[in-house]
Write a protein that binds this ligand. Structure first.
Ligand code: NAD
Ligand code: TYD
Length: 371
């Protein structure tokens, strides 16, 4: 008999990629998705498996402990993979409350439900896997060694602080009550289905739409980028062989400055437009349609307050303990991502709807929105 998973936030970027990955790799397993469908959740991201009898989608909130308890019981869930969160740093700066409610309160509601059903109920074998971020460790100087699992927590944004708090609660439920938990702290993800408020899809879509590309500050901040399917494989490795109570850092060993990343994306898109003249006809507002390079859209804008300078992950533990290493190189991952956004225009047009446009306008005063 296969595993029975509850995936929170399964209609978001990484959650949806995880559900698609898991169903394709684990034919015996059942997956129940619990997602509140905030602005970041999109059922269209699960369209490919919408008719799969192994998948059930539940529109609900992780903060609703009763609903979660009922799902854990009626679906006989043995594995909970917790992605649901408010995930965008800029939003957390403008409005931290939702981050505390969902990321801290929501994680605690899930832990309470898991404890009630798994520990105070039938005592069945279980796993609560918490998906977290490298941002809990704060910012590195240029010569600092990368974050490892023993690095002191020093979150700088309300988002990172809310994730740090949730990590501590997960740990406490293991130490105090014996809940079988694992946590993974991952670097910046990219790939299909990422909401276009994040740097890579924002850059790609702005080029296709001929909108300016906002680069915060001097653009010299460094992030470690991981292709999303590699993150899913890393979580799979932790679910299969990770030790309860342990945390695992997952990263791409791939540090890139923001400005270099944006320029690389621009050059890769220019090359695609040059190789395929139909693209300029389809994306008539793009600089390529006027014979200009995509880089002409780059604009340096005011820096993000508290902007972390550098993140880097030491992924040695998961490599040694679980034999996990990313498959994609940055180049192969970026090419796949660019292809995906070129081929799925209807997906990103559907998410660039009223609420997101409204947010862009309030954030940037209409600078990056063409009506
Ligand atoms: P996302 O914003 O794309 O998706 C979040 C999903 O959670 C959405 O589907 C949303 O509807 C759902 N959700 C939000 N609040 C909810 C609630 N109260 N109840 C139920 N569902 C709710 O986020 P993502 O980028 O896919 O990130 C997923 C997880 O991975 C998060 O926990 C994030 O902290 C972590 N993470 C993300 C990255 C990254 O680069 N994106 C890196 C490391 C870790
Ligand atoms: P983001 O994708 O928001 O992820 P995070 O803040 O979690 O790392 O941003 C990645 C980097 O890109 C970060 O240093 C902020 C920067 N950035 C810009 O320069 N311009 C933008 O429009 C966005 C969204 C991000």
């Amino acid at each position: 008999m296969g595993r029975r998973l509850l995936v929170t936030g399964g209609a978001g970027f990484i959650g949806a990629n995880f559900v698609l990955y898991w169903l394709s790799r684990h034919p015996e397993d059942r997956v129940v998705v619990l997602d509140a469908l905030t602005y970041a959740g999109n059922r269209a991201s699960l369209a490919a498996v919408a008719d799969d009898p192994r998948l059930r989608f539940v529109h609900g909130d992780i903060r609703d402990t009763e609903t979660v308890e009922a799902l854990l019981r009626t679906e006989a869930i043995d594995t909970l993979v917790h992605f649901a969160a408010e995930s965008h740093v800029d939003r957390s700066i403008h409005g931290p409350d939702a981050f505390i409610d969902t990321n801290v309160g929501g994680t605690h509601a899930l832990l309470k439900a898991a404890r009630a059903v798994w520990l105070q109920g039938d005592g069945r074998p279980h796993r609560f896997h918490h998906v977290s971020t490298d941002e809990v460790y704060g910012s590195l100087g240029p010569e600092d060694p990368p974050f490892n699992e023993r690095t002191r927590y020093a979150p700088n944004s309300p988002y990172a602080a809310s994730k740090a708090a949730s990590d501590h609660l997960v740990r406490a439920y293991h130490r105090t009550y014996g809940l079988q938990v694992t946590t993974s702290n991952c670097s910046n993800n990219y790939g299909p289905f990422q909401f276009p408020e994040k740097l890579i899809p924002l850059t790609l879509i702005n080029v296709l739409e001929g909108r300016e590309i906002p680069v915060y500050g001097d653009g010299r901040q460094v992030r470690d980028w991981l292709y999303v399917e590699d993150h899913c494989r890393g979580i799979e490795a932790v679910l299969d062989a990770g030790i309860p109570g342990e945390t695992y850092n997952i990263g791409g060993c791939n540090e890139v400055r923001n400005l270099d990343l944006v320029r690389t994306l621009c050059r890769l898109l220019d090359a695609r437009f040059e190789a395929d003249p139909a693209l300029a006809r389809r994306h008539g507002r793009s600089p390529a349609a006027r014979g200009e390079p995509a880089e002409s859209l780059i604009r340096f804008v005011k820096d993000r307050p508290g902007h972390d300078r550098r993140y880097a992950i030491d992924a040695g533990k998961i490599a040694r303990a679980l034999g996990f290493r990313p498959i994609e190189t940055f180049e192969s991952g970026l090419r796949k991502t660019i292809d995906w956004y070129l081929e799925h225009e209807s997906w990103w047009r559907s998410v660039l709807d009223g609420s997101y446009r409204h947010w862009l306008k309030t954030q940037y005063g209409g600078q990056f929105v063409n009506d």
